[in-house]
Design a protein around this ligand. Structure first.
Ligand code: URA
Length: 235
């Protein structure tokens, strides 16, 4: 592995910033300063930045968080609101949310330090399904409105892809979408005359919220991460 990639994996800096550190002569391998960007490591070397030993590449982790309302799903919030990252009891890893939920949406959101997995999960090509439960105004929702939601609703950014939609009660809907546009569920329901009053994501690909309480987080087991990878691999 190239030295800059090693430093990036170890969480020292981004790949580009790691290259700057190397160029600046601040990185030593087995006691010798290395300023060659092409330098490769076998894995057994001792790497230091400014004299400090750098640990091995950071272990890849995925956390499932049950986001409460009022918590933002960006890694940082400029308005000082709590973020989903702060709900994870794992200060060691640099975790990033996989996609977004609106601040007022509750439910399942994944956080990971595995950038490649996150990109795949968000890529439209894999169409990883997301399941939502919506409480709407103006119920009961007529069959014609359900059909419109299923076959595609015209929004200002285009017609929505086919979705699975069923009624859970006079003012409650379950929707399974294969795309993740901004405020999509809210805009779809509004478009058929039933504005959303509460929205919760209950599943993402093969994962469900299960009994995880709001505000809680749990680290995924290896088999669950594997199932996620499979969901984001199918063509
Ligand atoms: N659709 C929405 O409208 N909001 C979300 O947070 C997620 C999906």
């Amino acid at each position: 592995m190239r030295l800059a990639k090693y430093l990036a994996h170890a969480g020292v800096a981004s790949r580009r910033a790691a290259e700057d550190l190397i160029r600046a002569g601040r990185v030593a391998v087995d006691g010798e300063v290395v300023d060659d960007l092409g330098r490769r490591l076998d894995g057994g070397e001792e790497v230091r930045v400014d004299g400090e030993v750098v640990g091995g590449p950071e272990e890849r982790v995925v956390w499932l968080v049950h986001k409460p309302a009022g918590v933002v799903s960006t890694a940082r919030d400029t308005h000082g609101r709590p973020t989903v990252v702060s709900l994870v009891p794992d200060a060691g890893a640099r975790l990033y949310p996989v996609g977004r939920l609106d601040a007022d949406t509750t439910g399942l959101i994944l956080l990971t330090n595995d950038g490649e997995l996150a990109n795949r999960l968000m890529h439209p090509r894999y169409e990883v399904p997301r399941m939502y439960e919506a409480t709407v105004r103006g119920g009961p929702v007529a069959e014609a409105a359900l059909d419109a939601l299923r076959s595609g609703v015209r929004l200002d950014d285009g017609v929505t892809a086919p979705a699975l939609v069923r009624s859970l009660g006079p003012d409650r809907l379950e929707l399974v979408l294969h795309e993740g546009r901004k405020r999509q569920v809210r805009r779809m329901c509004e478009a058929v005359g039933h504005p959303v009053v509460a929205l919760r994501r209950v599943a993402f690909g093969p994962l469900t919220l299960g009994a995880l309480a709001e505000g809680e987080a749990r680290r995924l087991e290896a088999a669950e991460v594997e199932a996620l990878r499979t969901a984001a691999t199918k063509e």
